[in-house]
Design a protein. Structure first.
Length: 81
């Protein structure tokens, strides 16, 4: 399940309550948070398809074992961010 960005969820991330932070290349503010399950990836793709967008999820593993997923459209090159 995708949890939107808000102060309560940011605090939960800070305390280790989420496994994944969702970001975009255009913003330093997170899109939201999730547990990093396959269903979360499907939900992200489904939301993008509903907006007629194709997306790629770039995953970065942190030292803590948690991850940051950068969600970008297929028209954005990875070296642009």
């Amino acid at each position: 399940m995708i949890h939107e960005f808000n102060n309560a969820n940011q605090t939960r991330w800070d305390k280790g309550g989420f496994q994944v932070m969702l970001k975009t290349p255009q913003s330093s503010t997170p899109l939201g948070f999730c547990d990093g399950e396959e269903a979360d990836e499907r939900e992200i793709v489904s939301m993008a398809e509903a907006e007629s967008a194709d997306v790629v999820i770039d995953k970065q593993r942190l030292k803590t074992g948690r991850e940051i997923w950068t969600v970008r459209t297929t028209s954005e090159r990875p070296d642009e961010f």
